[in-house]
Design a protein around this ligand. Sequence first.
Ligand code: FAD
Ligand code: SF4
Ligand code: SF4
Ligand code: SF4
Length: 357
Amino acid sequence: MSEIRTAMVGTPCQILAATKINKYEKQTGGSPIDVKIGLFCMENFSYSYLERYLKQQDIELYEVREFRIDKGKFIANLIDGRVFKIPIAETEPFTRKNCHICTDYTSDTSDISVGSVGSPNGYSTVIVRSKKGRQIIEDCIDKGYIAIDEITSEGLNLLERIANQKISKNTKNYKKREAIARPVLSKRKVTEEEFVRESCLCQFENLQNDVISVGSCVLCGACEYVCPIDSIQINHRKPVSKKECEPDCHACYFACPRTFVSEEIYPSDIDEKPLGNYLDIYCVKADSIIGQDGGVVSAILVYLLENDVVDAVSIVGEDKDAPWRPQSKLTSSVQDVITAAGTKYSTTPIGFKALNK
Ligand SMILES: Cc1cc2nc3c(=O)[nH]c(=O)nc-3n(C[C@H](O)[C@H](O)[C@H](O)COP(=O)(O)OP(=O)(O)OC[C@H]3O[C@@H](n4cnc5c(N)ncnc54)[C@H](O)[C@@H]3O)c2cc1C
Ligand code: SF4
Ligand code: SF4
Ligand code: SF4
């Protein structure tokens, strides 16, 4: 694997995959991901379902300039200036079904988590979780990349309430799935020893049975990234394997965020802590960047590159030929980071796909 020190931005499931890849370096080969910036995430969307849904509203995907989520509404801004808006509660037809069993709202395994809920317009809510994350945030403040304010008690209560809503709704969902023998392994409580013992018995066929065919795959691309013989490809929007597995390899099973997750990564009381374990929480803005919310993620990435903390960062930009389709990229260019600011609501395998390039 590459030695380039990298910062990765991703949804909680992608950040969990990065955490597993690095923790089980011996089995997965590790990754160059040195800083993990997690985004808050309630759900993600399937482009094929979204395309079908929009067609029913007489909108083609190529007419869409950007999707946004704002004040409880899912919004498509069209190239010709029209705006299509529906309440989030009505996005069910194109929500990814695997998101219904996910209880991590604020990216509990990141170094720094960022989202909008809890902060006023123009600010991002930042949760600092690790010593490394705290050092980065303090240095960003000292060097003027970001400015922080205290989060209000109303903001914190709202954030906790929304995170709790995700936990309680999706706990019901995964329990229903388990009851009809569709395993949700990531929610079963296992010790570190149990995790390693079980995963050492598993290869792609088990990943197929335990995750992919039961509709749990989040399309993160971690399995594709760690496979030492490049056997896995994400075809037709699900991972497939093209070759016989190496006899002693279990890398994909160790890396996948939807196989078991040991208590060392998600402690058993994690779902009782709506925001996970953290050190600090702030409202933050970055005046120099026009981002989705406070522009904070991009400002941190710019700081990391300009101050030689990492060599490259993973970003999600737009496909030149299809502006509505997000495209992952690994870059060392500050200009690329600034251009990629803003959220793309997508299930494209990101982060890891960029690392392969
Ligand atoms: C699928 C999804 C669901 C989300 N749901 C919520 C939510 O429920 N509540 C909430 O408060 N916040 C949510 N967010 C986070 C929110 O939209 C903002 O990304 C966050 O507040 C950071 O804003 P910013 O202005 O600081 O970031 P910016 O400075 O605008 O930077 C955003 C960064 O995110 C990267 N990026 C864009 N799209 C993706 C993607 N799909 N995957 C990985 N990286 C990406 C860009 O490359 C850029 O580096 C969600 C984000 C995603 C991707
Ligand atoms: S599984 Fe879905 S809801 Fe959970 S973090 Fe991933 S994209 Fe977000
Ligand atoms: S060789 Fe097989 S078990 Fe190993 S990562 Fe590739 S697909 Fe998975
Ligand atoms: S099967 Fe592969 S792409 Fe799907 S969640 Fe697991 S690691 Fe990610």
